[in-house]
Design a protein around this ligand. Structure first.
Ligand code: GAL
Length: 721
């Protein structure tokens, strides 16, 4: 039977290229995922990660006679040269797609030495490089590595295709075997998430590519955003009645279609796509985020930002991120690596290879609804994109293709015309289906510590675009630029090598725009009420607080200053007629636009059908009352690589972040673990975060933070074996 072992533990690393036989004490010990360097949260110079490093792992394997053994790399940035026991296994160019090497013939009894030279220079012969790129790629073995021991006759690839989800669902499953022999059969078992058997098929095998069909499946629950039901397909391969391999894939039954009528349909129902782009990079750790942080991003997009779709701009992202999108019901538009530039023939060959690698890796994910088979914002190239489209359709006849461009006159070779539409308003669609894949971004970069009117305007830019595109029946939806601030090259960004384009900052902590996104959730899901103001009288040009913008899914608000009600207000349906929950834009006259008159605390009450449903209060004294520490999980695994974010915010007496608190925070960590981040750290926009990485022993980790006169705060994590 197959044995798959996570190979993230016990690596040696040195940030240089050293001889295969260099002594171990030239290296330090690390665990994967790994960044070739830890960085500051801002001002990251891309030259810092551009070098060749050496990774080494000593390991032995149990008896493997008669087996085949592989090493599977999920992602290494940017070029890898891999040796086992001084024997070159091969090279791989490209940091976003997986690769494998067979090591069967090179394994020795006892200790084996695996060496990976990782060249993280921005090599212009490998996508996304060749031109200028608005994001950093970072470096290292930044995703997982596995050791896979299999029978010589084993399952290489599985493509399970749920079909006819809206009628009588059926399942077709293409299976590729390493070799064909006589006496082979596959038993395919479909189980629900609780392990109950739904159906079973037994099929004799006489070719290395076979399709197993489940013709009519009953009592199948559809995968949807609200109820993302997953099933497990288990494949047992046997030879003469003896099990020799087993593989399983997680699948979901759903129907998705970008229709010629302009709409996107999920399970037959029209759904306006509402989402954000995500880059996979983080402060300090580059792209080397473990499974838990990957999953957390998906959770933030769905639960904190209310998105129904994410675009994995501009490359295939972590399997852990996609798995979480399947589990929570978040749609995905996934695309190949690249940015604005198309290289020579050899470069284009990598593009085609990436299309294949992306689709073969990810076509079982129910969350993925569209393949991006064009280099983001590149010029038309009908020859190349004719090929990428044909390949995508061949590899996955069940999904449509898109390809993101930034000019409306571009040739439509894909099934869906996907356009970055940055100018104000909406460019009238020429083709249907039409999906908007970026807007706002560089048109309105905004920092958490910017003046309030800019932060509000940033949120309203997103609101306007969503309003406009929602009002256009020919448009399937919009994916804004972008979810999180990200590191970039010096040609871009705000002078701190960061594109402050996120609706959240680089730590994934909210800007005002995040509350616009959140406010579009249904109140049944979560009642949202956020007055977008610092509630000061002197921050805006001309002073005052007019208008007061409130992002909410309530249908009425009351604004109270001190004890005086300023009235009840309705959502601004006039300016945002198409939004599910238009913002409230309270334009008031004299009372709250006075120069120097006394200011009282603000209370905003939110009503749903006349009932008080939420309240937001803001202190007029703007005094820091507390360091608020928040974590998403209180449990980590003792694997030396699990991580969680600890967010620190300075808040007023009602818990509002005070964006102009630029003070220093210090941290102390007790227990077997590591604090990843700056220590002391400076708050930006009243907030900052660090990460805690577990060590290898079970127990507790306590992190304490303090800042001058504010009381210390601590959080405790349980570290489980
Ligand atoms: C787009 C590009 C994105 C990002 C964005 C900033 O042109 O596709 O990667 O650079 O601009 O707004």
């Amino acid at each position: 039977m197959r044995h798959v072992e996570n190979f993230n533990q016990d690596w040696l690393f040195t940030p240089r290229k050293v001889d295969l036989h260099a002594p171990d004490d030239w290296f330090g010990q690390i665990t994967l995922p790994h960044t070739n360097k830890l960085f500051k949260s801002r001002f990251v110079d891309n030259r810092e990660y551009q070098f060749i490093s050496t990774y080494r792992k000593r390991f032995s394997v149990d008896e493997t006679t008669g087996k085949r053994v592989f090493l599977d790399f999920d992602g290494v940035m940017l070029q890898s040269t891999v040796y086992l026991n001084s024997q070159l296994l091969g090279e791989h160019a490209g940091g976003y797609t997986p690769f494998s090497f067979e090591i069967t013939d090179y394994l020795v009894n006892g200790e084996n030495i695996l060496t990976v030279y990782v060249d993280s220079t921005e090599n212009e012969s490998i996508p996304p490089y060749g031109g200028r790129v608005d994001y950093l790629t970072f470096g290292g073995i930044y995703r997982d590595v596995y050791l896979r021991v299999v029978h010589p006759c084993h399952i290489v690839r599985v493509f399970a295709r749920p079909l006819d989800a809206l009628e009588t669902p059926r399942l077709e499953c293409d299976i590729q075997l390493s070799v064909v022999r006589t006496g082979l059969s596959i038993e395919a078992i479909l189980e629900d998430a609780q392990g109950n058997e739904i159906a079973r098929q037994l099929q004799q095998i006489d070719a290395d590519n076979v399709t197993i069909s489940f013709p009519a499946l009953h009592h199948i629950e559809l995968w949807s955003l609200e109820n993302p039901v997953l099933y497990n397909l288990i494949l047992n391969l046997s030879e003469d009645g003896q099990y020799i391999d087993r593989e399983s894939v997680s699948i979901g039954f759903r129907s998705t279609e970008f229709s010629e009528d302009g709409n996107f349909y999920l399970n037959g129902q029209p759904l306006k796509l509402f989402g954000l782009n995500r880059h996979q990079t983080y402060p300090y750790i580059g792209a080397a985020a473990p499974a838990r942080l990957q999953a957390l991003d998906a959770d933030i997009l769905k639960y904190e930002l209310g998105c129904n779709i994410v675009r994995t701009s501009h490359y295939p992202q972590s399997p852990h991120f996609l798995k979480r999108c399947d589990e929570i019901g978040l749609l995905v538009f996934e695309e190949i690596p690249g940015w604005q530039h198309i290289g020579d023939e050899a470069w284009q060959a990598i593009v085609l290879r990436d299309v294949r690698a992306m689709i073969e890796r990810d076509r079982n994910h129910p969350s993925i609804i569209l393949w991006g088979v064009r280099i983001n914002e590149s010029p038309d190239n009908d020859d190349l994109y004719g090929q990428t489209n044909a390949l995508a359709h061949e590899l996955d006849p069940t999904r449509q293709t898109g390809g993101v461009r930034n000019f409306i006159a571009s040739n439509k070779l894909e099934d869906v015309f996907t356009l970055n539409d940055f100018p104000p308003g909406i460019q009238k669609p020429v083709h249907k289906p039409h999906l908007i894949t970026e807007f706002v971004g560089h048109m309105f970069p905004t920092k958490t510590w910017d003046q309030e009117e800019r932060r509000i305007e940033h949120a309203l830019h997103h609101a306007r675009k969503h309003n406009d595109l929602t009002g256009c029946a020919d448009i399937a939806g919009g994916i804004g630029w972008c979810a999180f601030d990200y590191h970039t090259h010096r040609e871009f960004g705000s002078g701190d090598r960061i594109c402050h384009h996120g609706v959240m900052d680089i730590f994934r902590l909210p800007k005002m725009a995040a509350y616009f996104y959140r406010s579009q959730k249904s109140p049944e899901d979560k009642v949202v009420l956020y007055a977008a103001t610092n509630w000061s009288m002197g921050d805006r040009s001309g002073s005052g607080n007019n208008p007061l913008v409130v992002f909410s899914n309530c249908n009425e608000i009351e604004v109270i200053t001190g004890d005086s009600s300023q009235g009840r207000f309705q959502p601004d349906v006039e300016n945002y007629p198409n939004l599910r929950n238009p913002p409230f834009v309270v334009r008031w006259g004299t009372p709250y636009n006075p120069w120097g008159s006394e200011i009282y605390d603000l209370t905003v009450n939110g009503f749903l059908n006349g009932e008080l449903a939420a309240q937001h209060r803001i202190a007029s004294d703007h005094l820091p009352r507390k360091l608020r520490l928040s974590i998403h999980t209180s449990t980590l695994k003792a694997d030396g690589s699990d991580m969680t974010r600890i967010a620190v915010q300075i808040v007023d007496k009602y818990g509002n972040v005070l964006p102009y608190q630029q003070r220093i925070v210090e941290f102390r960590l007790e227990g077997d673990g590591e604090l990843i981040g700056e220590n002391p750290a400076v708050l930006s926009g009243g907030q900052v975060a660090c990460y805690v990485r577990s060590g290898k022993s079970a127990g507790q980790i306590t992190v304490t933070a303090w800042s001058a006169d504010l009381p210390e705060e601590s959080v405790t994590l349980q570290i489980e074996a």
